[in-house]
Each structure stands twice: as C-alpha cells, then as structure tokens.
Design a protein. Structure first.
Length: 131
C-alpha cells in the first residue's frame, strides 16, 4: 500500500510554521510520522516545494489542471483518489492501513505569554529611576 498526500502550497515542507498554525496540519504531520514508524509507505508533497511530484503523478497533475491549486490537499491510496480539499481523518488512515492511530491533544495546552515593551528613546530604561 502506498499513500500520497498532495498538499496545497505551504510555507515550509510540513506547513507547521508561522505565527498561527492550523491544528489540522499538526494532526496530519503526527499521523504521517506515526504511520511511517509502523512501516507504512506514506509521503506528503508540497505544491510550492515539490512541483515535480505534482507533474509526474497523472492524477495530481490532472487535478491541478482541472480544479486548480485551491482544490488541494488530495490523498491517493495506491493511485486512487480518496479525499480532496481536506486531509484524511485519523480514522480513515487507520481503516486504510490497519494501524490504530491514537487521538492527539492539539491546541489544548495553555501557553504563557510575556509582555515586551519597546525600548525608550532616551538613555534610561523606563522605570530605572535614572531620568
């Protein structure tokens, strides 16, 4: 079995970067890595970084020509189109591969933030008492 995920154009190879990360991308990255560890042949291709893979795969290329880049992601299992415009669920991946994927806690952890003040234009830092 071979699973291929053709991603839309993402900023980096995983898409898990930048100030606001889509929790769905975090989940699919974790699921793909878990399946690879179990020996499943699964690969992701990013439209902005792996254009050659999109042109070499007849299904992905036809999909791109007919529906445009906004119709991605698509998922192929042994060359057959299984999903489009969304990533497969963990349950779908499990059904296709026979590997049980455990649910992820995505976006549930509280993040502590700190407030940073801009430097003053004077020679003294605010609140230092020197000015």
């Amino acid at each position: 079995m071979k699973i291929e995920i053709f991603d839309p154009a993402l900023c980096c190879s995983t898409g898990v970067c930048g100030p606001s990360v889509d929790p769905e991308l975090i989940r699919i990255v974790a699921d793909v890595e878990a399946l690879k560890k179990q020996g499943v042949s699964i690969q992701r291709y990013n439209l902005s970084q792996d254009l050659q893979e999109f042109t070499l795969n007849q299904t992905a290329f036809a999909h791109l020509q007919q529906k445009g880049p906004d119709a991605f992601p698509i998922v192929l299992v042994d060359g057959e189109l299984k999903t489009e415009r969304r990533y497969p669920t963990s349950d779908e991946l499990s059904a296709w591969t026979g590997v049980t994927l455990t649910p992820k806690q995505v976006g549930k952890k509280e993040i502590n933030t700190i407030k940073v003040q801009a430097k003053s234009q004077s020679c003294c830092e605010p609140g230092s008492g020197c000015c």
